[in-house]
Design a protein around this ligand. Structure first.
Ligand SMILES: [Mn+2]
Length: 243
């Protein structure tokens, strides 16, 4: 009997001013989350993350909910998104989760699946990719995390304002994945399945890039609806529910 049961969520964008989303996530973890054997959080769990030392009521509540699953035997894996790219091992440990790198190849009964947040696929957004390259440098991160929280908060607010301004001017196409970047993932990984989030355009795209390219599942962001992908009974499904 195949008991494989894996859940994937991303783009929860948790923040104190949306307590209904936090409640929905807690409910999801306590019910659906409790049934699976592996849970993958594919980035942008939090709307903002200034460092693992910036613990808040929200971050502690989520850590507690995840730790509870972990102690019940669910394996939890966490990936950083573009909003919470500063999540570190300290917080992952608090959650009872394993922190993954930018990509992860998951072996399943459906074959190997390439997992990623999705921002690296948006290669047409040159400004963002430049920002990303800079802020993923170890030196930059060390320097940033050594600043007092207030200074970090101010930097994040400035970066957010700038990004909002820039996003308003960017076309829909620039904000979506680049087909060549997607093809490269299929090719380099040899996987026939990709699961990612980030673009907030939930869908299951099958073979649109030609033969042999497989299926790309895009997780949705949690807002009016919650989204998750699930592997169960050797099926990969994308589902949503009203919040
Ligand atoms: Mn994102």
């Amino acid at each position: 009997m195949n008991r494989e049961h894996i859940l994937f969520i991303s783009d929860l964008h948790l923040e104190p001013r949306r307590p209904n989303i936090t409640a929905a996530v807690q409910e999801f973890l306590a019910t659906k989350g409790q049934e699976c054997e592996k849970l993958f959080l594919l980035g942008d769990i939090f709307e903002l993350w200034l460092g693992d030392d910036d613990s808040s009521e929200l971050s502690l509540a989520i850590a507690a909910a995840l730790r509870k699953l972990a102690s019940n035997g669910v394996q939890i894996f966490m990936m950083r998104g573009n909003r919470d790219f500063l999540i570190g091992d300290v917080y992952a440990n608090q959650c009872g989760a394993e922190l993954l790198g930018d990509t992860y190849q998951l072996e399943t009964s459906l074959g190997s699946i390439q997992l990623l947040h999705g921002d690296t696929l948006c290669t047409d957004d040159h400004d963002y990719q430049e920002f990303r390259t800079l802020t993923r440098e170890t030196n930059w991160q060390t320097e940033f995390l050594n600043q007092p929280l207030e200074a970090r908060r101010a930097f994040a607010a400035r970066a957010r304002a700038k990004s909002k301004e820039a996003t308003a001017e960017k076309s829909d196409l620039i904000m979506d994945v680049n087909n060549d970047a997607v093809l490269k993932i299929f090719k380099d990984s040899g996987s026939e399945l990709i699961i990612h989030g980030h673009t907030h355009r939930p869908a299951k795209h099958s073979n649109i890039l030609g033969p042999g390219t497989g299926t790309r599942v895009v997780l949705g962001d949690w807002d009016r609806k919650g989204w998750y992908a699930e592997i169960k009974n050797k099926n990969l499904t994308l589902s949503s529910f009203l919040i």
